[in-house]
Design a protein around this ligand. Structure first.
Ligand code: B12
Ligand code: SF4
Length: 580
């Protein structure tokens, strides 16, 4: 039972105009439980930067909230995506690896611009939270702020000392926390803490989220509390978010999704998902992004995916397109057929390496042979759109033979889909807190436990943007050469340079992972220096060799269709991404 009439203002903090599905779901959930609560969604993603403060002030003055729900989506963008202040990866590589002093200088200037823009955004968002709360307290002295969202889930420990005392900092999904807050119940058992009152519990992010029964979002209601909703309906090519499940059972060494959402997969009933999609469809939306950590997290969820896709067809939504993160090892011919029939028009293979040995070492649980078989099924089912394949070279135990294997694997994918349809997305992985990879980095003395994962200072950034020696310089030079030679087709150029320099393995070698024997890794490492033609410096740094990762698309930023952006946004991103 709600004890006072609450006025809840959801402020989506500035970010590229991705549909703010998180706050929409929170507001919908609250409305279903507390129909008398007054709510308003205010999306700074649709406001020009110069107007942020004026617009926020005006909204707070008009709505006079008692509770401010700040949703902060992204902070760390190490992936090679341009837009904010240039191409972070290129700047970093020019600075770290260029031999030409002018290029190095250009990288340094670019890097400084990027760092300045990053810290400005960070301070600006903190400022908006403080400002909004202060202003709300003029109208309601007891007004309170709670912050959550993707970025807060990743950096909740670091954000504590940057926010006003009394702010509630929340990890992961926020439905039950808001529910308890509004009922004035004790909420401290939720994954949250209160700035100035308590510290986050150890491993709080690893606690399981409280499950909720998800029903179709009521967009008739949402449009009454969100004046800017039309913004996302106007451009016909936004990919609007719809969640079909939460959680991922896997353990990929670099990934934090499985921790934020929890390992237990919770399926939203297909009929509810369809009912939600239909409301959007009836408003003219034709592009959907299934925002699940994984659309088909494991084989046992194939039937759920089939049920959903069959129901999409049965509901008559035959002219839609959709995209999602998909583990390509969990497909069947029937599912592949349905994916094509229902309009999946973007497909990403997040394998990270084309070497089964390395895929296994990263704990990704992928069988690369199965992925190839499933890709053949998809092609046979008529899939003829763009396929983006993520590669992060220099993952754990990378060496020339594993690179040759990745080349072989990639060429096989080109055989299947056509070379012009397979886009190799080369990226370097940003280390994220609370991952196995972070632990590996601590154990191997690569970073210290008191490092700041939000830092963009060159000495920290170099470690977080994972490209350790001795291969680091080699890859740095290959990337710089690719940017010079063919900046508009960076990924393919990298693959060509690598193949020209190292050759290609037999496909079969890529598909088998030899059983690791004691000492094997060390032996492999020991051969790296001479193999790479490195001097003592290179071989001397072998101790810093490591693996790396960032969840599928986050690493790349190259997929043109997946951004939920309008056409111009997509073009810009495609151009920026190609430049990487
Ligand atoms: C799907 C997805 C995408 C899709 C989005 C497609 C679309 N059209 O919607 C695509 C591929 C486009 C994408 C792109 C990017 N993404 Co992304 N993405 C995700 C993913 C997997 C799910 C997000 C989602 O929509 N979930 C479903 C909704 C319902 O959940 P939600 O928004 O998180 O909201 C819930 C909770 O967060 C919480 N909540 C939200 N706000 C608040 C506020 C309060 C007060 C409370 C209490 C709770 C709360 O409750 C909500 C409901 O349960 C997350 C990882 C993850 N598993 O969460 C990353 C994630 C959000 N992305 C991230 C990033 C960095 C990016 C990129 C910047 C990557 C890049 N370098 O290019 C880009 C750019 C995005 C942009 N703004 O420009 C990061 C953000 C954190 C960070 N590192 O800073 C995440 C967390 C991944 C990660 N671990 O790094 N992404
Ligand atoms: S990378 Fe994908 S499959 Fe692996 S844990 Fe993360 S969400 Fe799950």
């Amino acid at each position: 039972m709600e004890s006072v009439t609450n006025r809840i203002l959801y402020v989506r903090l500035p970010c590229n105009p991705i549909f703010p599905i998180g706050v929409v779901y929170l507001a919908d959930h609250v409305h279903k439980l507390f129909p008398t609560a007054q709510q308003r969604i205010f999306d700074l993603g649709t406001v020009p930067p110069l107007d942020f403060t004026v617009a926020l002030d005006a909204c707070v003055d008009e709505f006079q909230p008692t509770l401010l729900v700040f949703s902060w989506r992204d902070i760390q963008i190490y992936a090679p995506v341009g837009g904010r202040a240039g191409n972070p990866l290129q700047n970093a590589f020019e600075f770290y690896y260029a031999r030409n002093l002018m290029v190095k200088l250009r990288g340094a200037v670019g890097g400084m611009r990027l760092a300045a823009s990053y810290y400005t955004e960070l301070w600006r968002n903190q400022g908006l939270i403080k400002r909004g709360l202060k202003r709300a307290r003029k109208h309601n002295p007891m007004a309170r702020a709670v912050v959550g969202g993707g970025a807060v889930s990743v950096f909740y420990e670091q954000l504590g000392n940057k926010l006003p005392t009394g702010t509630i900092v929340s990890v992961g999904e926020g439905e039950t926390l808001l529910e308890k807050l509004l009922q004035e119940r004790d909420f401290r058992d939720e994954r949250c803490y209160v700035v100035g009152e308590n510290l986050p519990r150890d491993h709080m992010i690893h606690e399981q989220p409280t499950p909720i029964e998800k029903t179709a979002c009521n967009y008739d209601y949402i449009e009454t509390i969100w004046p800017e909703f039309q913004y996302y309906l106007q451009e016909q090519d936004f990919y609007v978010g719809v969640q079909t499940k939460r959680g991922c059972p896997h353990n990929c060494c670099y990934c934090i999704y499985t921790v934020v959402e929890g390992k237990q997969v919770r399926i939203n009933p297909a009929d509810e998902v369809i009912a939600e999609m239909q409301q959007l469809y009836n408003r003219g939306i034709r592009n959907f992004w299934f925002t699940d950590a994984q659309f088909i997290p494991a084989r046992k969820f194939i039937d759920d995916a089939i049920e959903l896709l069959e129901k999409i067809l049965a509901a008559g939504m035959k002219d839609i397109h959709w995209a999602a993160y998909i583990r390509a090892d969990n497909l069947t011919p029937k599912l592949a057929d349905l994916m094509v029939k229902t309009g999946m028009n973007y497909f990403e293979i997040g394998i990270t390496s084309g070497s089964q040995e390395l895929v296994r070492k990263m704990r990704m649980g992928y069988n690369l042979r199965t992925v190839l078989e499933n890709c053949r099924d998809l092609k046979a089912a008529g899939f003829n759109d763009l396929v983006s394949v993520n590669y992060s070279f220099n993952v754990i135990d990378e060496r020339p033979e594993t690179i040759r294997q990745t080349i072989a694997y990639h060429r096989e994918l080109e055989q299947i889909f056509g070379a012009d349809k397979v886009e190799p997305a080369i990226f370097f992985i940003g280390l994220q807190p609370h991952t196995h990879l972070e632990k590996y980095a601590f154990d191997h003395n690569i970073i210290k436990p008191d490092y700041d994962p939000m830092s963009l200072m060159p000495w920290t950034a170099k470690k977080l943007l994972w490209n350790p020696e001795p291969l680091g310089s080699f890859f740095g030079e290959v990337c710089l050469q690719a940017w010079r030679q063919n900046p508009n087709d960076f990924g393919r150029e990298v693959m060509n340079i690598l193949e020209a320099q190292l050759g290609r393995a037999d496909l079969e070698a890529a598909l088998v992972a030899p059983v690791e024997r004691a000492g094997e890794v060390e032996r492999a490492r020991g051969t790296r220096g001479p193999l790479w033609g490195l001097g003592g410096k290179g071989t001397g740094e072998l101790g810093s060799q490591s693996r790396a990762g960032v969840p599928p698309v986050e690493r790349t930023g190259v997929a043109p269709t997946q951004w939920g952006l309008g056409a111009r946004g997509q073009e810009k991103i495609l151009a920026a991404a190609k430049n990487t």
